[in-house]
Design a protein around this ligand. Structure first.
Ligand code: ASP
Length: 323
């Protein structure tokens, strides 16, 4: 029950891109942020989305814009069967989507159980910027999206439908497996030149879930949390575990108490494994702080993250609690 040394070394090699030491200063000196430039960190192997988000920041777009640009790319991709168009359906054969976004001003928007709208992250942004609410769900979320000019579309692709039909034939057993074999849910954290932070998260949830089920991804503090004074974190894996632990809020609180993003992710994973025996279920956490230091950790091996700054793109496996 140890963190894998090899993966730790791999992760620490990232320090070339993201310095791991903070600027030390006393109470009276204004804090100077290290010049690490623009940064994008995402869950899983999402190099194109990560690149797109960075390009958007380079073009001078807002953090929210970069997040919507990057995440929409994955939502539009029918080959990604965990997010948006082409996502695997619930047990009734409906594709239902969850997403949220939180910006540097602490504004957030979220949609849950959204049907027939390809880009839930865009709807979440519209909730954040054009409604007095934080979460809109189901039919109400869909009506809001349509009122805001978005189109209704069929999201179930032939590929996902074939898998669904096969699952029904095989006896319709629900699996909580949410790892490399079947998951690409995207959580994305962006940092600008001034150290401002924002994040987003989008998923079609667990394949063949119980109709009505909402996971962690659209819940602020569970699937995503951003505190512009401290840092940001997003989660992937079995949402039920993340919801029970409010894991991303916890990661940010650990960073507030002085931990690096890497230490904070490890400590939040350790907290989960202390409370529950989750040897077969995956949770992956990523985090970034104001200085541009990053972290990633998971319960099981096989959780990858993508990181991009203005020099380089890195896709790496996170340290895991179990080997
Ligand atoms: N966390 C998502 C959910 O439980 C799934 C995932 O990240 O893969 O809906």
């Amino acid at each position: 029950m140890k963190y894998q040394r090899r993966s730790l070394l791999k992760l620490f090699s990232l320090s070339i891109l993201a310095p791991l030491s903070s600027t030390s200063c006393d109470e009276t000196t204004p804090k100077k942020l290290p010049k690490v430039g623009l940064q994008v960190l995402t869950t899983w192997r999402h190099p194109i989305a990560t690149n797109k988000a960075l390009k958007s920041l380079i073009r001078g777009k807002s953090l929210s814009n970069a997040i919507v640009t990057g995440i929409s790319h994955v939502e539009n991709d029918p080959e990604d069967q965990s997010v948006g168009f082409g996502g695997r359906p619930d047990a009734d054969g409906n594709v239902t989507l969850d997403a949220c976004i939180m910006d540097e001003a602490g504004k957030c928007g979220s949609v849950t159980y959204l049907k027939n709208i390809k880009n839930p992250i865009e709807v979440a942004r519209l909730v954040k910027d054009h409604s007095p609410h934080v979460i809109l769900s189901g039919d109400g979320a869909q009506q809001f999206a349509v009122r805001m000019g978005m189109e209704k579309e069929e999201l179930l692709t032939e590929k996902s439908n074939n898998e669904y039909q096969a699952w029904k034939k095989e006896g319709s057993t629900f699996s909580t497996k949410a790892n490399i074999e079947n998951h690409d849910t995207i959580g994305m954290l962006c940092r600008d030149h001034e150290g401002n932070l924002a994040g987003g998260c989008s998923t079609s949830g667990l394949a063949f879930k119980t109709p009505g089920r909402v996971g962690d991804s659209p819940i602020i503090g569970a699937g995503l949390y951003v505190d512009n004074e401290i840092g940001a974190s997003t989660a992937t894996g079995l949402g039920e575990i993340v919801l029970k632990n409010l894991s991303t809020f916890l990661v940010v609180e650990f960073m507030r108490n002085g931990k690096t993003p890497q230490e904070a992710c490890i400590e939040a994973i350790r907290r989960i494994t202390k409370k529950y025996d989750f040897k077969n279920d995956q949770v992956g956490l990523i985090a970034i702080n104001k200085n541009g230091e990053i972290g990633a950790a998971s319960i099981l091996p096989g959780f990858f993250y993508s990181f991009r700054d203005q020099n380089e793109l890195v896709v790496n496996e996170a340290v895991s609690y179990y080997n």
